[in-house]
Design a protein around this ligand. Structure first.
Ligand SMILES: *Cc1c(COP(=O)(O)O)cnc(C)c1O
Length: 330
């Protein structure tokens, strides 16, 4: 299988917004989108997206994980960027239609079909620096993706960044390209300087998240992660793991915590990054003030594996979906 995000299905779902209304969505062959060079997105970054997955079950049908929660999050992202907000039923329908059209391309678990709804501002107006895009295009791109952990889960090394912020408060929980642009420079610098994989942003002594994943500390009986606020992206994987963790008997602690507490806790707690692409990725070491601190013995731990399996068993249809998280397509 090709690297994550480089293979695409033949069809997208697409809808356009102009004159105050959305066009009826349609399924179109995957092709370049002709756009005016003055399109708002190119100049003023009017763009947001979602990322989630559909799985193939042994009955041959697809199952989309937490579709309606992702649709709602995309609506919040669009609202925060003052973009036209896609109607929830319309967007959910576009995702379902795209999955249906590309059903034969969903690989067997642990591979899946990654879904990427994207909203861009297309108004032809470079004078609208301080104005919203009055026109937009919404599309759902589908990408077959392999097992993230093919070859085994290797533990990541993170730089604990206690000066720079990942993004700003007004866009902290918005899934927008601008946030990735802001995190890119510090992340590449940290890779080069410290040989780390990612940066854990902890501005004002507040442990937040990395450029593209939430951060959790897990012991045999507790899951600790930052409580929801406007500074970070409210991950659906985080939310799902907390709900499943509570059912498995873990004490769920959602509260702010400091770098000091983090460095003390990793002597005994496992550390993980959570996100749709990888579910739970183990963290083996932290770099802080130029020093490397191991997370426990530096190896992936059993609690990460246990929680990941609980989540995947629902996604793959091995355990019943008692939360109503899956939408059947087929
Ligand atoms: C998408 C994303 C996540 C993970 O969210 P999931 O819904 O779990 O995939 C975490 N942090 C950032 C900044 C993100 O963009």
């Amino acid at each position: 299988m090709k690297p994550f995000g480089t293979e695409f299905c033949d069809h997208i779902a697409i809808a356009r917004y102009a004159d105050g209304a959305w066009s009826a969505p349609s399924i179109e062959p995957l092709a370049p989108l002709p756009m005016h060079p003055a399109a708002h997105v190119f100049h003023y970054a009017s763009t947001c997206f979602e990322g989630f997955k559909a799985y193939r079950w042994s009955d041959g049908k697809g199952r989309i994980f937490r579709l309606h929660d992702h649709v709602a999050r995309m609506q919040r992202s669009a609202a925060s960027l003052r973009m036209p907000i896609p109607d929830a039923d319309m967007l959910a329908g576009m995702v379902i239609d795209a999955v249906h059209k590309n059903l034969a391309d969903i690989p067997e678990p642990p591979a899946s079909l990654y879904l990427r709804p994207t909203l861009i501002g297309t108004a032809e107006n470079i004078g609208a620096a301080a104005g919203p895009s009055t026109e937009a295009t919404l599309f759902v791109l589908c990408s077959p993706v392999g097992d993230y952990f093919a070859g085994g889960a290797s533990a990541l090394k993170l730089l604990v960044e206690d000066q720079k912020a990942r993004t700003t408060d007004q866009l902290g929980s918005t899934k927008t390209g601008g946030n990735y642009a802001a995190a890119l420079g510090p992340t590449l610098d940290a890779k080069e300087k410290y040989g780390v994989d990612q940066v854990l942003f902890c501005p004002d002594d507040d442990v937040q998240e990395t450029g593209a994943a939430n951060f959790l500390l897990i012991s045999d009986d507790e899951i600790l992660t930052k409580s929801l606020d406007s500074s970070f992206l409210h991950g659906m994987t985080r939310d799902s793991v907390l709900k499943l963790g509570a059912e498995l008997g873990y004490k769920i602690s959602e509260r702010p915590f400091t770098v000091d507490e983090l460095l003390k806790k990793v002597k005994t707690y496992e550390a993980c990054l959570s996100g749709t692409a990888a579910t739970l990725s183990p963290v083996g070491a932290l770099v802080h003030n130029g020093q490397e601190i191991l997370v426990r013995d530096g190896k992936p731990g059993p609690n990460r594996k246990k929680l990941q399996t609980a989540l995947q068993n629902i996604q793959y249809g091995i355990e019943p979906d008692s939360h109503g998280w899956l939408t059947e397509v087929g």
